[in-house]
Ligand binder design. Structure first.
Ligand code: FVH
Length: 296
């Protein structure tokens, strides 16, 4: 890990921008901060950061500028407002958005003469600088390499490739896994709560069960990657469709909404209808994946 101190500017002092700036200050970097609405820099200024009144001033002050604002509408407006200051500078955009938005921002900043590194933060503000913080990067490798030391101070820094959209793609995919997990948890919780069971108590059973089921993922991944869902099947789709039907019937009987799990059963039934009941449930992937273009 590089430990060189550098000049870093932060655009955006929401919960995350403040955490990033505080960590850079703590690490001994020279930090300049800007926020659209003044008044959010007092704590950072007390720690040694310098507040400026425009994004352009902040960009001009540092070797590298890290932006973390609400969304790409916000980051685009910051980039447009500071366009003249960007030439020859490096911009790291940690704002959450889509791959297409990241690619468009990369193109726009390249047109302004700036190096662009996009990023996806897999951490909450209090996690920044801690061992469980992960930040994904893609875009300008030169920017990543030049500032790896500072970026690693925020959390594990993982560079995914030159395509600026890759960090966002992985970020959103990881969050999708998280929301799927949460959806299962909420459904399971509603089921037990329908009989007055405390969810905190139920978690003692659910937590280890979910951890055990994580062990299924490498096998599913292998089937998805090979496109062969009929090998090494120990819990076939036909059986699992019957059991998911039971879950949804019981759900309705308990007066609980089926919204979170019903779409999964629809997909199971489609595969069943296609005569694929002996295959694994990983086959649902074939129903949701991007369709291959003939000859492509
Ligand atoms: N907080 C979290 O847990 C997550 C963790 C994973 C990554 N996200 C993403 O980080 C981005 C910023 O999130 P945040 O938590 O800092 O969000 P807020 O506290 O709501 O602060 C929003 C900042 O954005 C500024 N802003 C909004 N609109 C504009 C605009 N048009 N022009 C310039 N700045 C704008 C806002 O400024 P102000 O309202 O104070 O003037 C805040 O600085 C986000 O992409 C998360 O998805 C966080």
């Amino acid at each position: 890990m590089h430990t060189d101190m550098t000049n870093i500017s932060i655009l955006g002092l929401g919960a995350m921008g403040q955490a990033l700036a505080a960590r850079f200050v703590q690490q001994g970097h020279t930090v300049t901060v800007w926020n659209r609405t003044p008044g959010k820099a007092a704590a950072l200024a007390a720690q040694g950061a310098r507040e400026v009144t425009s994004a352009a001033q902040a960009i001009a002050a540092s070797d590298v500028t890290v932006m973390c604002v609400l969304d790409y509408a916000a980051s685009d407006s910051v980039i447009n407002g500071a366009a003249s200051a960007l030439s020859g500078r490096a911009l790291v955009n940690l704002t959450n958005g889509t791959p297409a938005q990241a690619r468009a921002a990369a193109e726009r900043t390249a047109g302004l003469g700036a190096a662009y590194l996009d990023g996806g933060i897999m951490a909450t503000p209090p996690m920044i600088g801690g061992e469980h913080a992960l930040i994904l990067y893609s875009g300008s490798k030169a920017t990543f390499d030049a500032h790896a030391g500072a970026l690693e101070g925020l959390g594990v820094a993982t560079y995914l490739g030159a395509d600026a959209g890759l960090a966002s793609l992985h970020d959103l995919a990881l969050l999708s896994g998280m929301y799927g997990l949460f959806a299962g948890f909420f459904h399971a919780s509603a089921l037990v709560e329908s009989e007055g069971i405390r969810v905190g108590a139920f978690l003692k059973l659910l937590g280890p069960w979910m951890t055990a089921m994580m062990g299924e993922l490498p096998g599913y991944a292998e089937k998805i990657d090979s496109g062969n869902h009929g090998v090494n099947v120990v819990s076939n789709l036909g059986m699992q469709a019957a059991s998911l039907t039971n879950i949804l019937t019981a759900t309705s009987e308990q007066g609980v909404a089926t919204d979170l799990l019903a779409p999964m059963l629809d997909l199971f039934r489609k595969r069943l209808g296609a005569g694929l009941g002996d295959e694994d449930i990983s086959g649902v992937f074939e129903l949701i994946r991007r369709k291959r273009v003939a000859g492509g």
